[in-house]
Design a protein around this ligand. Structure first.
Ligand code: UN1
Length: 514
């Protein structure tokens, strides 16, 4: 989709506009006879605009979904990598064929700008196609292993069983479908709990997968909030959990899994960050300005990769801050369905309130606070004005502030190592950026910084499937990296087969070999 081409863009915008009044619904894939409470879903940029409804999964529905997923899993596993890959590719085709609906829901349900909505769809399709390729690679043939003469050893991968995927609202399609596609590729069946804020796009994704031929029992939707997640993770039939979201929720899931008696589940978690960028006096100011604005304010700062803290070397501090503020003031904040909008709303009033509390508290630690201009229209939605706060250092920021708030700190070149130590000391380890043209500086930061994704002389968001496998360490997650060559295998279990190939294993041969 070439948004720069008006011949492509304008008809697309018109079609998206026509979809605005459509009503959507998310409910469990398997319906029990218990009508649950219906919750309205509203648009983050205008909470008066009702776009659909959600009915949460009941305890009975969770139980029934897992029962069905467990019963069909051996069959799905036996289908083999090639057939599962073909179904995932068919799902990718369905997604592309429903571009308008998907982009419309990204805007209406998640408050994404048009550019972000297109990126979201592309990433979702990339995940499906890449994990299909991985299913072919990993599940085609067993891997032969070395061994003594007269013995054959090989290693095979198989699905672990029923996998639960618990996904975030900030990538309501890409990170909903990515882990689910990996689990499916590996021969698991999946029960998926999307974020409570974005079940409609998840329901559409699951429907498109079913339309593509993935059986309903193999991939089931269980909408709901934390209680539904708790019901799923505490069920001993769940063999593994993939979670993307806050570090606090990952801890809660860990506790829930640890409290289960009778089975041990694997947890794959991708969580928060306190991501910094370091800029020294050899950096190119225009490039830095562009990359800082993108890293901190694209997607309204609602990416776990987003830049939260910018360290600028003192010799260039004033000049750089002036340039960044200039670009910051030019950001267009507003309705994400307008093409010109750079920064849309945050997801809901809770997120808005948490960010406002942080900005208010920062008045005590921050030196200066700049905010974008307000507009009466913002009162209809959950908007947070983009904000820049000058601080002394990262040490004050223990918790992730998930929104368009950037902190800026000054450092002396002789303190470079200390800056890296301070960043590491927080315990997160997701992304870090460096702008410098000094090779020694790059080598120093690269060797010391403990992050999963380190970006040099560019922005620090937008990891691309396959080229930049994404994920952190420490408080930022367990690995493996999404979109990388080790991801799908982590959703599988390894089985080793050893065959005695001498004389068909008769007793005499057996005794002789002992
Ligand atoms: C997230 O926000 O949960 O690198 C992940 C990026 C995206 C991944 C963000 N590909 O910004």
């Amino acid at each position: 989709i070439d948004l720069a081409d008006p011949l492509v863009r304008d008809p697309l915008l018109k079609r998206l506009h026509n979809l605005r009044d459509r009503q959507w619904e998310a409910s469990p894939t398997f319906k029990a006879e218990i009508p649950g409470e219906i919750a309205p879903i509203t648009a983050p940029f205008d909470h008066g605009l009702r776009i659909g409804t959600r009915r949460d999964a009941s305890a009975e529905e969770v139980d029934m979904a897992i029962t069905k997923a467990e019963a069909i899993q051996p069959g799905w596993n036996a289908l083999g990598g090639e057939k599962r890959a073909a179904l995932l590719e068919a799902a990718a085709d369905e997604f592309e064929a429903h571009t308008d609906e998907i982009l419309s829901l990204c805007q209406l349900e998640a408050g994404k700008t048009i550019v972000d909505s297109v990126l979201e769809l592309r990433e979702a399709v990339d995940f499906l196609r890449y994990y299909a390729t991985e299913a072919r690679r990993l599940f085609a043939e067993p891997t032969p292993l070395p061994g003594p003469t007269g013995e054959e050893n090989y290693l095979k991968l198989a699905g672990r069983g029923v996998f639960a995927t618990i996904s975030p609202w900030n990538f309501p399609l890409a990170i909903f479908i990515g882990p689910a596609a990996a689990a499916l590729a590996a021969g698991n069946t999946v029960v998926a709990k999307p974020a409570e804020q974005t079940p409609l796009i998840a329901a559409l994704a699951v429907k498109l997968c079913h339309d593509a031929g993935i059986p309903e029992e193999v991939f089931q939707l269980l909408p709901g909030a934390g209680e539904v997640g708790q019901l799923i993770t505490s069920d001993t039939r769940i063999a593994g959990v993939s979670f993307t979201g806050s570090t606090q929720t990952a801890h809660a899931i860990n506790r829930s899994l640890a409290a289960r008696d009778g089975s041990i589940a694997t947890l794959i978690a991708e969580t928060g960050g306190q991501n910094a960028m370091i800029v020294d006096s050899t950096a190119l100011p225009e490039q830095v300005t562009r990359d800082v604005i993108a890293s901190a304010f694209q997607s309204a700062g609602q990416r776990c990769s987003a830049q939260r803290v910018l360290y600028i070397q003192e010799d260039v501090y004033d000049e750089m801050v002036t340039m960044i503020r200039g670009a910051f003031q030019a950001l267009v904040v507003g309705d994400p369905t307008e093409f010109a909008t750079d920064v849309g709303p945050v997801i809901d009033h809770d997120a808005q309130a948490a960010l406002e509390r942080h900005v208010a508290r920062s008045a005590t630690i921050g030196r200066t606070i700049w905010r974008a201009d307000d507009d009466p229209a913002f009162a209809r939605g959950s908007f947070v004005l983009p904000t820049i706060i000058e601080i002394e250092g990262i040490g004050h920021l223990q918790r992730e502030n998930f929104g368009p708030v950037l902190h800026i700190a000054k450092f002396k070149n002789k303190d470079l190592e200390k800056v890296v130590d301070d960043i590491n000391a927080l315990g997160y380890g997701l992304t870090c950026g460096l702008h410098s043209r000094v090779e020694a500086t790059r080598r120093l930061v690269e060797s010391k910084i403990k992050v999963g994704n380190f970006y040099v002389n560019r922005n620090q968001i937008g990891a691309v499937v396959e080229s930049q496998p994404f994920g952190g360490e420490g408080l930022s997650g367990t690995g493996p990296k999404a979109g990388g060559p080790h991801y799908v295998a982590r959703f599988a279990t390894e089985r080793v087969v050893t065959v005695d190939t001498t004389a068909a294993g008769g007793n005499a041969t057996l005794l002789a070999s002992l």
